[in-house]
Design a binder for this molecule. Sequence first.
Ligand code: ADP
Ligand code: MG
Length: 345
Amino acid sequence: MNVRTHSLARLAAAPLVATLALASPARAEWVSRTVDGIMGTRIVVELWSDDHAAGERAIDAVMAEMRHIDTTMSTYKPASEISRVNAHAAQGPVKISRELFGLLETALEYSRITDGAFDITYASVGFMYDFRARHRPTEQQISAALPAVNYHHLRLDRATHTVRFSQPGVRIDLGGIAKGYSVDRGIEILQKRGIRHAMVQAGGDSRIIGDRFGKPWIVGIRHPDRKDEVIARLPLVDTAISTSGDYERYFDENGVRFHHIIDPRTGHSASAVRSATVLAPTATRTDGLSKTAFVLGAEAAIAIYERLGDVDAIIVKPDGKVLYTKGLEPPPAAEPDANAPAGSK
Ligand code: ADP
Ligand code: MG
């Protein structure tokens, strides 16, 4: 059964393996590699190749592309293109590469689609959080920096390929979309080499092409609090999937969770949901959309996804309830009651 442009064979709400657990590789011809530390995350590539050496070379090319994107787009690297933009774009236009320009345009498109929930200028406040060090800005620091959070401050000029910030204090960070973008670039590289069955994953962002010999790839969605417990198991073919969760990068303080998804309206962690898993044709799209529900709430996010038409989602609310877009609703538990009045469920 195909669900819209991504295909989902069946949704089974059954406990199984851990997060993003894929069906176990069975044959030697599957070539796979896991590399930690690119873009601050784990990269996994798995592909089917008739020729093992060619498969390894294809993975080399994907990893090289991921390193290139990290070098260009990491705000943790002072010499990166994005760091140069953050240092100078408030003073005047900064000329940038075609690639970065394109991704900034895409980021703005997702700001518009999500009513501003996705906003790369979140970093104007976001840079003051350090989740590993359990550090957060004071309320005073947040309110001083908050006027700089607004995607309208980002001005792109297509004619000159420049970017500028319309006011001081603006910072951008592509942590919410660069991994999805890198996954799409990885898949493109594999497709150009004739590979038809593969999975590329960068942290919580993945994309799958083809199947596994007539069987779907199986992706599990973890429970927000119990990492070894799976709340749903998705059999997938030809789709991208991203999961955002408040359990990825966080610290708790007096019963309050401070985590890495920031509400651009408040500068605080966005806590309307615990996790959101988004399915769509590309990983840039699923990454750009997976933060929406944290900011706008599950129902508003689902309304946006259903309007888009090529997006499905599974959202875990703070009370543990799980919401699905219409395309993914699990099958009813029992046959409808034959005596029920017409029109009821
Ligand atoms: P991952 O980094 O594991 O892919 P997500 O896709 O959930 O996780 O993205 C979270 C990241 O998105 C944060 O670490 C931060 O860099 C960035 N981010 C946080 N809040 C926002 C926001 N409101 N809009 C865009 N990006 C955001
Ligand atoms: Mg992501």
